[in-house]
Design a protein around this ligand. Sequence first.
Ligand code: TEU
Ligand code: CA
Length: 542
Amino acid sequence: MDKKWWHHLTAYQIYTRSFCDSNGDGIGDFQGIISKLDYLQELGVGAIWISPFNDSPNYDNGYDISDYYAILKDFGTTEDLEELVKECEKRDIIVMMDLVLNHSSNEHPWFLEAAKDRDGKYHDYYIWEEGTEDQPPQGEGAFFGGNVWEWTPQIQEYYYHTFSIQQPDLNWKNEDMRKDLYAMIRYWMEKGIRGFRLDAIDNIVKNGHGGNDQQSEKIHTYLQEMNKYSFGLQDNLLTVGETGGTTLEMAKVYSDPERKELDMVFQFELMGIDGVRSGNWDPKSYTLHDLKKLMEKWQVGLEQKGWNSLFLGNHDYPRVLSRFGNDTPEYRIVSGKMLATMIFGMKGTPYIYQGDEIGMTNVIYTESSRYQDIESVNFRKEKQELGWSEEKILSYLLRNSRDNARTPMQWNTQAHAGFTTGTPWMEANENYKEINVEDSRKDPASLFYYYKKLIALRKEHDVLIYGNFRLLEEEHPQVFAYERSLDGRKVVVVCNFGETPAQMNATQDLTDGKVLIHNYEGESVGKEIWTLKPYEAWMIEI
Ligand code: TEU
Ligand code: CA
């Protein structure tokens, strides 16, 4: 495998709106990020992925762009962004921009034109179907509620939207539209943006009857074309595609370096394992064995060709700890460390979502009216119309809502968790007095320092980057263990996913091993490794 400069890097995702507010208007901004760069440098991350920062009416917090060249005023100015890029450069951090190319805002001038005139240049920048007001074209449900087709009385046509009605899909069949997007990407490349996360990129090819075409070859043609006219013009960029519906076979193609499509992809198979935000949001049960086999499939599947992104959550999912760990005071830190060990021992590029490094948890609301996210708001409305009780709606939102991950970053014990001196756009999680950055940095045993150590380990040990993956203890109901090996070097990772002790089968001799990291006090490897404490995790070099 050819080595790349970004292989050892750990990325950190910033949801700007909720990260740090510098001017007291209650909304996080670029100057806020700049003021926290020393913190991120200390953690050791090599990239920050910033959620969309272009101008937007914010129906979907920036994922509905009305001007691809302008900066959202809430976040700052173009000069602030340039300053951010420079300040990051000084600290060896690259800035990754979130590019939303599947759709624009319905307030983008292209769409305003398109919806006015069937014969104008921009009409074909979007996807239209004939119909009558009471007879929409055949189509599936949109991601954020309702049907994918929305009526435009002015021109008596329906437009297509994968997500909300405020997010009309762009028509990738239109070459002028594509060229306009590529020019826009070059503009941001010139501003010093070194990484690009392509939002919902596997949705850009439609199947012609109201759905996305995951089988089409066309998507590869577009990605290669985009690379040729934008990313490929520079050799020091990093691209990651959000490909929610991708199969392993497709992912191999997307991230095969020879094909020049994407450097890596986010796949969401794990994100759907418990039914969160998938299907009808009903809870789905799964076993640790299912989770292990799924991870193994992607680890082994992309071993020769391609590259994985490693993550357990982002701004679209509940908090990692509340979802896969144990967020009670007793086990919060230890289970958070265990999950981090599991992910950082794997092959791929780890992404930390803001706040996960200090163990932030889901937010507990007692009224469904507290939710702000468009998806949650639409969900609530739809279910109310169906007659669901408040109690049932609330229980679904508590488990699934994206707002769980969007409460302000918890910096300290001051008002609003130190996120703002004003009134926050969203209240901080009430537990900020117990969970915050300031306290984490004072405590050598904190999750923060554990993450810091994991990030550093990946810079020192090639076996963690390039080693082959082999699942151990496959049938164990409570332990996730695997081995990474490279040129005679071996690292074994052992994680107890249970709240109770677990006994492993002594199939390997680990007693002479060197402990790289361990989430309980004391670092000697003896026989005790075979009896794991609750949520205990080891990373051992043998
Ligand atoms: O997300 C797409 C999205 O909704 C995924 O979480 C989806 O569940 C996954 O692809 C499985 O198919 C992106 C952004 O991350 C999200 O915040 C935006 O709301 C959305 O696109 C629309 O831009
Ligand atoms: Ca602000």
